[in-house]
Design a protein around this ligand. Structure first.
Ligand code: PLP
Length: 422
């Protein structure tokens, strides 16, 4: 039986047996007990299922992984300590020194730094491309040592929409997987695997958690990519650190996600804790309700802003005149999340004045949770840049990123209206 997405939010993952707790328990244990050394040996050989140590797997975390895999339509998932750890492990699972990655330049600043600075230090090279370019232009970025194509379904903070089918076509023509960061869309609004993505990652810190209580991340494996194309020996040749296991031979469709867990999570150790997984699971149970309301509220706020006369431009792809409206209609028919960006007339000074006058919308360094929040990139996350550098990076000094919460929209709009008054 295949449930609808709303039902999966509640019913997937944890499936209690007769007389067991109805709600997912927190297995606050690092360790597991066994009846025989033989059983432990089988666990270490990966020939018997079970938990060894909570850095590698934990029953609470496992239930949440299974729920997220079901939501995205993947064969398996791996939770991580943060969204950054998810990006890092998703790429290092298939890239090593001497390899190359092609990525959209419209990505989260932290992911950009990870690739542009840390990966380069490790000997992995990167080419950033404009995701709106033609297939032919993007193709020029590929090299014989390219191992992945990366992009965000809804880019943070640009709020641009990625043409996932175009990207999947290019990736597969080059025999590499397409990795999509689906943080802002969540599987409620968009499931990239249905459009050809091979690996999906999230910062669960944002809408999935939804209440701003836990930093976390997740990697989901579609199980669809053919790793045996000669490009990925790490998945097809014996792993000496695991008694010669061959992931594609021994783990089938779950080759990539099994390697990520038993090799990279074991060695790098960026694991999610059981208590974080418990809180993330609570967030996931209401994700479908919250996303619906975030989208409805954001569209109303975006329309109010675009008609207010004090705003130079509003980016929200549900608006008919938005550059990404056609892509939004195709990929996000039910809405584009709660995040809007807009440019206020009067530049940096007007933006700061507006932000300081807001009462309900809180100034935070975060987006995408249930409370309305606002961020001015030029005076916070991108503070080190001059106005000229900001404009080059596509961030106008007067740009405001507004994360519409699930309060009553009238109250949110009233707050904006009073802050816009002279
Ligand atoms: C926040 C964010 C990340 C990083 O996640 P953390 O949980 O903060 O480490 C990655 N990608 C996107 C799109 C984000 O918004």
């Amino acid at each position: 039986m295949s449930w609808k997405i709303e039902t999966k939010c509640l019913q997937e993952g944890y499936k209690p047996g007769n007389g067991e707790p109805r709600v997912l328990p927190i297995y606050q244990s690092t360790t597991y007990k066994y009846d025989s050394t033989e059983h432990v040996a089988q666990l270490f050989d990966l020939t018997a299922p079970g938990h060894m140590y909570s850095r590698i797997s934990n029953p609470t975390v496992e239930c949440v992984e299974n729920k997220i895999a079901a939501l995205e339509g993947g064969v398996g998932a791996l939770c991580t300590s943060s969204g950054q750890a998810a990006s890092m492990i998703s790429l290092l699972n298939i890239c090593k020194a001497g390899d190359h990655i092609v990525s959209s330049s419209a990505i989260y600043g932290g992911t950009f730094n990870l690739m542009d600075k840390r990966f380069r230090e490790m000997g992995i090279s990167i080419t950033f491309i404009d995701q709106d370019c033609s297939e032919e232009e993007i193709q020029k970025a590929f090299k014989p040592n390219t191992k992945a194509l990366f992009g965000e379904s809804i880019a943070n903070p640009k709020i641009s929409i990625l043409d996932i089918e175009k990207f999947a076509g290019i990736a597969h023509k080059n025999n590499v997987p397409l990795i999509i960061d689906n943080t802002f869309a969540t599987p409620i609004l968009l499931r990239p695997i249905e459009h050809g993505a091979d690996i999906v990652i999230h910062s669960t810190t944002k809408y999935m958690d939804g209440h701003a209580v836990c930093v976390g991340g997740v990697i989901v494996d579609s199980g669809n990519f053919n790793w045996e194309n000669g490009n990925f020996p790490g998945l097809c040749e014996p792993d000496q650190s695991y008694h010669g296991i061959v992931y594609t031979r021994d783990c089938g469709k779950a080759a990539y996600i099994t390697k990520a867990r038993v090799q990279l999570m074991r060695d790098y150790g960026a694991a999610m804790t059981a208590s974080s997984a418990f809180l993330l699971n609570l967030g996931l149970e209401t994700l479908h309700l919250r996303m619906e309301r975030h989208c409805r509220n954001a569209e109303k706020v975006a329309r109010f802003l675009s008609e207010s006369g004090k705003i130079i431009s509003v980016s929200y792809p549900m608006l008919e005149n938005d550059n990404y409206h056609a892509l939004a209609k195709k990929y996000l028919p039910n809405g584009c999340s709660g995040v809007i960006s807009f440019q206020i007339s009067g530049g940096r000074e007007a933006a700061v004045k507006f932000m300081d006058k807001l009462k309900l919308a809180a100034i935070v360094v975060h987006v995408a949770d249930c409370r309305t929040a606002v961020l001015h990139p030029a005076s916070s996350t991108h503070r080190q840049m001059t106005d000229k550098q900001l404009i080059q990076a596509g961030i106008e000094p007067g740009l405001i990123r507004f994360s519409v919460g699930i309060e009553n929209t009238d109250d949110i709009i009233d707050d904006i209206r009073q802050a816009l008054e002279d």
